[in-house]
Structure formats: C-alpha cells, structure tokens
Design a protein around this ligand. Structure first.
Ligand SMILES: Cc1ncc(COP(=O)(O)O)c(C=O)c1O
Length: 467
C-alpha cells in the first residue's frame, strides 16, 4: 500500500478500517506457515474467522462471479483504486476466489524452501509464461539487442510463443540449448544482453531435466532470473525456488486441476527476484508476481475466470496424495513398456536407465513423505513417452486401438490420456525443430491417470498386440 498522507480524512477512515483486516490476514498467513503441505493445500488462506465474519459460515471458499465490486462511497472507491486498502475492484484486476488460489499456490510453492513467494493466477498456462517473461524484455536503451536462453525441449505452445511471437515478431533472439544437462552449453550462450534463462522441467513430452541449482547460480552470476515451467512436477514433487529459481510457472490446466474442468495458469516468484532490468516500481524486484498482478496483468487482461479458480482450488486440496498415486501408477506402466518387444524407447524419469534419472532423483521427491530413514521418497510424476518400433504408421495404429486410454492433446488428468506430439502439440513447430527437440513421429506421449495400472497395461497390451 502506498503512503495515504495526500488523501482526505474520508479516505483515511477506510485505510484505518482496513488495518484490522490486514492484521487478520497476517495472522492467517502466520498460522498457515506452520502447517504441513496437505493442511495448506486443503485450507490455504480461507479460515474459520473468514467463513463466519464474511461468508455466512460457508465451509468452502465462496465463488464470486460478480465482474466488479461496489463501494460504500467516493472515499472508499478512491482508497480502493489507489490500492490503499485490500480490494478487488474488478475481476480483470483481482477477484476474491482467485485471491484464495493465489494465496495457496504461493504457500505451496514456497513450502520448506525458506523463501517467501507471491503468486499471480492467469487465464492459462500460456498467459502465465507470457506474463513471466515479457517484463524482462523491455528495451533499456535504443538499438539494444536482447536475447534469452531456453532449453529447446519445451511444450509446443511455448516453442511457438518464444520463436514466433518473441523471436520473429519482436526481434528478441532465442538461444536454444539442445541438452539441458550440459552446463557448458548454457554458459556459452549467455552474454550481457541475455535477459533470463528458461527451463521446462520435466519437459513435455521428452522428460528433459536440468541441474536447477547450477542453472540458478549461473543465472545469478549474470544478474538475470532463472525461470522454470514446473507444470509436470507440481509443488507436490518439486519446488524450484528451493534451489534458487526466481520464477516458477504452471499450467494449472494439468495435474493441479486433474479433474479436467478448467484452463488456468500461475506464476509464482521468490521475494526478491534477481534482475538487472531497470523498473521504477518497487515490487518489480521485491515481489515480481504482485508487480505483474498490479500492473501488466491489469493492463493486458489475461485474467483468470473465478469459476476456473474454484475448480483448481478444489482439485488442489488432494494434490500430494494424488501425485503419489499417479506417479506410482506411471512407474508401473513405464516399467512394463520398457520390457515390451515392440517398444524401442521409454522416456520416464523414474526409470534408472533413462539419461535424466540421476538428476531427477536429486530434485523430485514426494513432499512430506518418509522412506523410513528420514528422507523423502522419489516420485517422478505421471507423464512419460514411449516410441513404437517400425515406421510412424505403427505408432498411429497402436494409438488408434486404445479402448480405455483417451486420445487427446491433454495431460495431467485423473484419467489416462495419450497423444502423438509430432501431429498434435508439436505439429506447428515443423520437422526441423521437432528433430532438434527430439520429438519423432514414433513417439506416443502417455499421461497415466488414477486407474488401476493393471487396466492401463491391459489396454496398452492389446493395442501393441495389433502390430
Ligand atoms: C509444460 C506445459 N507448460 C505450459 C502449457 C500451456 O498451458 P495451457 O494449455 O494451460 O495454456 C502446457 C500445455 O500443455 C504444458 O504442457
């Protein structure tokens, strides 16, 4: 909140009144920070006090569908629009239901990292990525050349946003790293005009991984932020701010809203982020997600729909136990596929033979679990891919024969879903970019759901048997 001294006494009255609410929120936050991950995910920032004081005792967070908020008089309106009091104004700017989702995501992503975080929820994962990277791509002087360094193994939509929207249309150079575990490759691509490092871990669909701590350290040596898309891990399995990442983005559409009923995204930032980009707003460095929320989000309009925030909130409550279950199911399916004679490659972080397994083993663990010796157990999520023997037509044939597994450009579901990325999610980027990103047409991406894995295996078995 900014200094209210230039405002009239009527405005000051509302500022004083808001102190009570702010103190209440501080107390809720303090209490929540003492909770375990599951308790946080279930309750977040919505408290008994809030239920009784403002929401008629509603057990579940209220869903505010109203596009706007009404004020009691001109003084309150002025205080609100000057951001002097907690307010939501208008759903493009903020919304109470979205506020609860932002609060809980910030806490979950910062859980046990010793780092304070803030969050901005957006209409989709793509919007979250745009909101996360754009503020760093502002020219500081005329004629300046800007670049950023990203792993090439990213979701097809991200590839398009980076290479077309930023690269071709805005002239920002994208420097692709082909092997994200090769630190020397990252190092060789950074210079004084590099604005950030970007990684998708694990990547969709290749399951690429990186040494997050080494990349965060490298980025910080150049005074630039390290941005990670951790959609496929979720905070239940990995919280990149713990190893130094500055900003984490998620497509909430995936495992976080596993029920498959909503599109959404989130960007979560550590407080503060590292950047040498000059920006006069104090929140830019101190609380980047809040900065995005207050300014670019308000001005560009990628607001989340409150209904979608509600769906995400509800699915999020069981995130930890669900990620445990679907990870174990995926492990069983991946092991079975790895032994199938018609499958020539299985990419899954949980397979010891997979090249990124040792790295993932260091970073991906089920939060608050215990292996009996005081360590958290490894879990690797529910996304995997496998490559079918022979020409691409074979992969299509197997794909067409699934009887229970859904064929869709979707992942993170409670139901098993498969796609062929070369003809769907990664179709637009073209053959050359697919070859560089290692997305051949023989590759079937499979996201294993919460069904009994024996039934998923039976479906795969009958489909592969048709070859
Ligand atoms: C890793 C990853 N990031 C971002 C996105 C984009 O998310 P959304 O579809 O919610 O815009 C996707 C979508 O598949 C994804 O897989």
């Amino acid at each position: 909140m900014s200094n209210p001294t230039t405002y009239g006494p009527g405005v000051q009255k509302y500022v004083d009144e808001a102190r009570k609410l702010l103190a209440e929120r501080e107390e809720v936050l303090r209490r929540a920070k003492g909770w375990k991950f599951d308790t946080l995910a279930v309750h977040g920032l919505y408290s008994l006090e809030e239920a009784y004081a403002r929401n008629q005792g509603s057990v579940i967070e209220p869903l505010y569908l109203s596009a706007s908020q009404s004020y009691r008089d001109a003084d309150e309106l002025e205080a609100a629009l000057a951001y002097l009091i907690p307010t939501w104004c208008y759903t493009r700017i903020a919304n109470p239901t979205t506020y609860y989702l932002e609060g809980v995501l910030a806490l979950l992503e910062g859980y046990k990292t010793g780092t304070d975080t803030s969050c901005c929820v957006t209409a989709s994962g793509m919007a979250a990525i745009a909101m996360a990277v754009d503020p760093f791509l502002v020219k500081q002087k005329d004629g300046e050349k800007m670049n950023f360094v990203s792993c090439i193994q990213v979701y097809g939509g991200t590839f398009q946003q980076f290479s077309l929207r930023l690269g071709k249309e805005r002239g920002v150079e994208v420097r692709w790293v082909l092997h994200p575990d090769d630190l020397e490759d990252w190092k060789s691509k950074i210079d004084e005009n590099t604005r950030f490092l970007y990684m998708e871990a694990p990547s969709n669909p290749q399951q690429s991984f990186c040494d997050g701590k080494a990349l965060a350290d490298l980025a910080h040596r150049w005074e630039i932020p390290f941005i990670v898309d951790a959609t496929c891990a979720t905070p239940a399995l990995m919280r990149p701010v713990g190893c130094g990442a500055d900003i984490v983005v998620h497509s909430l559409t995936k495992s976080i809203t596993a029920g498959g009923t909503a599109i959404g995204g989130a960007l979560i930032s550590r407080k503060p982020v590292v950047t040498k980009v000059r920006n006069d707003h104090p929140l830019f460095k101190e609380s980047f997600a809040e900065y995005v929320k207050f300014l670019p989000y308000r001005d560009l309009g990628p607001a989340a729909a409150p209904v979608n925030a509600m769906f995400a909130l509800n699915d999020l409550r069981t995130l930890r136990s669900r990620m445990d279950l679907v990870s174990r199911n995926c492990q069983a399916v991946a092991e079975w596929l790895a032994g199938h004679p018609r499958v020539y490659q299985v990419d899954y972080l949980g397979l010891p033979s997979f090249k990124y397994h040792p790295l993932a083993q260091r970073y991906m663990t089920l939060v608050d679990s215990d292996d009996g010796a005081g360590r958290e157990v490894n879990r690797y999520g529910h996304l995997m891919s496998f490559r079918v023997d022979g020409p691409p037509a074979n992969a299509r044939k197997v794909f067409d024969k699934f009887r229970m597994i859904y064929r869709a450009t979707d992942l993170g579901r409670i139901k098993s879903v498969a796609t062929i990325p070369a003809i769907s999610t990664h179709q637009q980027q073209g053959e050359e970019a697919r070859r560089m990103a290692d997305v051949p047409p023989q590759l079937i991406r499979l996201c294993v759901g919460a069904e009994d894995p024996a039934d998923v295996i039976a479906d795969l078995d009958q489909a592969l048997a048709t070859l």
